[in-house]
Design a protein around this ligand. Sequence first.
Ligand code: HPA
Length: 315
Amino acid sequence: MPQVGIVCGSGLSGLSKAMTDTQVFNYDSIPGFPKVHVGGHVGELVFGQLAGVPTVCMRGRFHFYEGHPMQKVVLGVRVMRCLGVKVIIVTNAAGGLNSSFNIGDVMCITDHFALPLMTGQHPLMGPNDDSLGPRFMPVSNAYSKEMQDTVVRAGKTLNYDFIRDHGCYGLVSGPSYEAPTEAKFLRTIGVDAVGMSTIPEIVTAHHCGMKVIGLSLITNKVILPGETGTPANHAEVLETADMRAAQMQALVKEIVNGLKGELQKMEDLPKIDLGAAKAKKGGKTSKKPVKAMKKAGAPKAMKKVKKVMKAMKRG
Ligand code: HPA
């Protein structure tokens, strides 16, 4: 079963390329998984080995701006938790607000400012599932020093001079990029990079006991009042992501390699009782077969993904 989970950001779907012994499942074949609509995102769940560690990778994520409710945005993270994933690496493309950042830098997220979550669009709103995590929880401890050190070490091993060892990620709902004064507001309060994803996933992963690593690839410079320059656009985002694709793959692989000791030390997270939701509604389960699963030989993990999805539908 996977120990590490990876969520690929815009243009970073290639992160799974570094994996070996892969089995790939299209989101279409997973009951209850939303469709992915955004260019630069695929829509596949990939199981395999990364640096010798069993890993699951979401190639394509669900964004709030696509109209998905926050609970759907974080669905993949919950599935990973139910599979036993202990560390999640969430990647994204982001706009740089810190004037010392360059396009192509990779920022290790060590703090965040998430206006949507603060104002009523929070993935943990609604009834709390106590088996996953507590009703109220701190996020001041979401980004741990060990995980940050692992990122920095991996960057050093690879001789990468573009790793920013800390920074605050600002979440906006999108889909429009920021107006100059919005950008100024975010910068003034200390945001280093801005984007439309990642924090719902990180908060949810933290809630259910996983360790988190957030990586922002700075794909463009955000325009502040009075500045001229290329307005933010998706083509530039994808272009930068493409430019760094191979290095991002190597970085994530090296991070996972560096996590081996930590993973061994970490106890398994408590098993989630997927039968609990079943009992609630009389145990009716859909027996719809998953085509891709049959084709690929139905790994144990995929069976569990299906079970998780069914339990969530009922719960
Ligand atoms: N703003 C918000 N989201 C983004 C940006 C940006 O400038 N670049 C990539 N994702």
